[in-house]
Design a protein around this ligand. Structure first.
Ligand SMILES: [Zn+2]
Length: 214
């Protein structure tokens, strides 16, 4: 008899969780040019299509397509709230939640540019405001060094998912090689240098190390 109660209780709990899923922090990571921004915009659209509001963030430094815009290579665009290192994500979303009761998802593009504090603010949005956060970013820079935002997202996200793309050799590409105008790998310089697709090639680590671009 106690078993039946236990089963009934767990069924009720599952039904409750399906109806009211607990908010989580998701980190979708990949190499360059794997389609992160496209996936972000699609996810945001899926929420909006169901009558739920979303807020999108994009780093101020990425102004290739204008400040406060997310652009995907297949031509999708969206307005986004620009953030820099001083921006408080939690305060912003708490204020917006008061104004937008059906705010159901927060999405962060180029999440590798978050600071450690901002990653913690994203966990507060999940824990205190009960809003899921979807962050999309690169794991490492062109030197193979981790980005601060990704380091803490890898450590703190409830769920990690890889968006896969391939190297010219057919292996999974996980590194981001910066190349100069002669297609030669660049090994040193500032971590943050926003460029178009032509400045970076995603490769496996064998070809990242050898510098072969094709
Ligand atoms: Zn390769």
């Amino acid at each position: 008899m106690p078993y039946i109660f236990a089963i009934m209780l767990s069924c009720l709990l599952m039904a409750y969780l399906m109806e009211f899923p607990l908010a989580k922090l998701f980190f979708y990571y990949s190499a360059m040019n794997a389609g992160k921004s496209t996936m972000l915009l699609q996810s945001s659209y899926n929420y909006q299509e169901r009558g739920m509001a979303t807020i999108l963030f994009t780093p101020k430094i990425d102004n290739r397509f204008g400040v406060g815009k997310i652009h995907s290579r297949i031509g999708l665009d969206s307005e986004a709230v620009p953030f820099d290192a001083k921006f408080n994500m939690f305060d912003y979303i708490a204020a917006e939640q008061a104004k937008i009761p059906n705010l159901k998802c927060v999405l962060v593009d180029e999440a590798q540019f978050l600071t450690k504090d901002q990653v913690m603010q994203l966990t507060d949005i999940v824990d205190q405001l009960d809003i899921p956060v979807l962050a999309y970013g690169l794991r490492s820079d062109f030197r193979g060094e981790p980005f601060e935002g990704s380091l803490y997202l890898l450590a703190w996200a409830d769920k990690l998912s890889e968006i896969k793309t391939i190297c010219h050799c057919g292996r999974k590409a996980i590194m981001n090689m910066r190349i100069d105008e002669n297609n030669r790998p660049v090994r040193s310089g500032a971590q943050i240098e926003i460029g178009g697709n032509e400045r970076y090639i995603s490769t496996c680590h064998k070809h990242f190390k050898s510098g072969e671009t094709r």
